[in-house]
Design a protein around this ligand. Structure first.
Ligand code: UTP
Length: 286
């Protein structure tokens, strides 16, 4: 039902300078896989077959990463390393169409999403922010798709955030709770802890109806010169219902240094090839 996903990757990644000067933040690896690949795999595993990157010319390595590298595969095969082909050119990418659209000015998430309108057409679509990494038995996107199939309305993943950090996120004002999902009454971008209508903050997975484009087009630039997706969703709520799903699983904010290190440690402890060593290293360090 949801066949298209938009992955905005055009941001400056200032919190990761100088690492993000030459390497896109989204290409930084958690253990041995770039952040962006976790998001792409989550999309593909849920039946998505068109991935639309909103990117910038500087970030050509993302395009290179999702392109088949036959030459290297051949060389690896010749040197007896056939086992690596699956890592190099994963089969699951074969049936996926990748699009790359440049966002010339980094005018915010809403502005980035607007670039996907022509390819999305009149279809519902997913948005995955690759710097949010989700680890759960049922993926975050699958949890949203379940709600979307019932409600046929836009649905956003949310999680509980403490008072000190709520000002960093979009926050929903929750309405009726309908079998596992919450109707959204209102949504506000980066409220102060006093203004925040709840402790439920938007995290980086959405399924939106294409009607969002109309609202994005009429959304004005905010004080910081950005078009906020949250503001467009707020406008959409005046005309149609939208839902929030409290994400069930672990979430790592890999756009921040502490979240990135947290994800690295958590995944290292689950990687059988290194976990015993890592446990020992951590024990020695602390
Ligand atoms: P962030 O605000 O977390 O990313 O945007 P950033 O701006 O790259 O990072 P900092 O804050 O400077 O460290 C969330 C996602 O939206 C994309 C980013 O690439 C990231 O994946 N984005 C943001 C765009 O594609 N375009 C924009 O204009 C802004």
């Amino acid at each position: 039902m949801i066949k298209k996903a938009v992955l905005p990757v055009a941001g400056f990644g200032t919190r990761f300078l100088p690492a993000s000067k030459a390497i896109p933040k989204e290409m930084l690896p958690i253990i041995d896989k770039p952040l962006v690949q976790y998001a792409v795999e989550e999309a593909i595993n849920n039946g998505i077959n068109e991935i639309i990157f909103i990117t910038s010319p500087e970030k050509y390595s993302i395009k290179k990463h999702f392109k088949k590298n036959k030459e290297l595969e051949l060389k690896l095969n010749k040197s007896g390393k056939m086992g690596l082909a699956g890592k190099l050119n994963p089969e699951k990418f074969n049936k996926v169409k990748f699009y790359y659209i440049n966002q010339e000015q980094q005018n915010g998430l809403g502005h980035a999403i607007l670039h996907a309108e022509r390819i999305i057409g009149k279809n519902p679509f997913a948005i995955l922010l690759p710097d949010d990494l989700f680890i759960s038995t049922k993926s975050c996107l699958e949890q949203l798709i379940e709600v979307y199939s019932k409600e046929k309305s836009s649905v956003i993943a949310v999680n509980e955030i403490d008072d000190e950090n709520i000002h960093k996120y979009g926050v929903i004002s929750p309405g009726n709770n309908i079998s596992g999902s919450i109707e959204i009454d209102d949504i506000i971008e980066k409220p102060s802890s006093e203004e925040a209508p709840s402790n439920l903050a938007v995290c980086g997975r959405y399924i939106l109806n294409y009607s969002i484009f109309k609202h994005l087009k009429s959304t004005e630039f905010d004080k910081s010169g950005e078009i906020q997706l949250t503001d467009a969703i707020r406008s959409l709520l005046k005309e149609e219902k939208a839902f929030a799903k409290i994400y069930d699983g672990e979430k790592f904010d890999c756009g921040s240094k502490d979240g990135f290190v947290h994800a690295t440690i958590a995944l290292a402890l689950r990687d059988e090839s290194i976990s015993e060593n890592i446990k020992k290293i951590i024990k020695d360090l602390v």
